[in-house]
Design a protein around this ligand. Sequence first.
Ligand SMILES: Nc1nc(C(F)(F)F)ncc1COP(=O)(O)OP(=O)(O)O
Ligand SMILES: [Mg+2]
Length: 217
Amino acid sequence: MDKEMLKLYFIMGSNNTGDRNPEQVLQKALQGGITCFQFREKGQGALPEEEKWKLGRKLKAQCAAFHVPFIVNDDVDMAIRLEADGIHIGQEDDPASKVKERCPARMVIGVSVRTIEEAHQAAADGADYLGVGPMFATDTKEDAKAPVGLEGIRRLRAEGITLPIVGIGGIDASNAADIVEAGADGVSLISAISLADAPEKAARELRSRLNGPTEKQ
Ligand SMILES: Nc1nc(C(F)(F)F)ncc1COP(=O)(O)OP(=O)(O)O
Ligand SMILES: [Mg+2]
């Protein structure tokens, strides 16, 4: 897996955009230079199954037009049937080793971790990248645990975790660079882009903070 894809990893579901059309928000985010997208349709106000599939197909096509990887959260069947570029699973889901057996070898598998033990286990299970967090307090993920902070990333690196890492939770332009500085390969976020007045500008600003403005500037 090319860890560059984790640089600016946008996550969104239809319930993360206020009243705006998620396809339009994603289009702007893609134009602003996001490097990866995760479809995470869950929580308060998430779409029922049929609409979730329809939206997933549309968002995948949008990512494909920009050659940006399309990742599905939690739902392994959906990831496989939509021919997603990857799946992201949490600690409550099946272990990466089991998910890996079900998925085509080309799909990347991301695992959420908070502790060193979870990180070692995910690496042993064959995870391709780790989502470490929550970095800071967040109200987007309804069941988020206590923040691990930048120290959470530093500790994993000090413990010899070499897998690609993306920080997640409460990240915006003001703290994004600190996450990479602490040893992550990129940042993952929802509302800093999905609720921004101008999602394209927000993505572009984040990219420039994460060294190197988007080529489209
Ligand atoms: N969705 C996520 N994506 C990432 C990524 F690494 F991609 F940034 N990291 C962490 C999460 C959180 O994943 P999970 O623990 O399953 O909770 P939820 O299913 O509520 O998202
Ligand atoms: Mg999950």
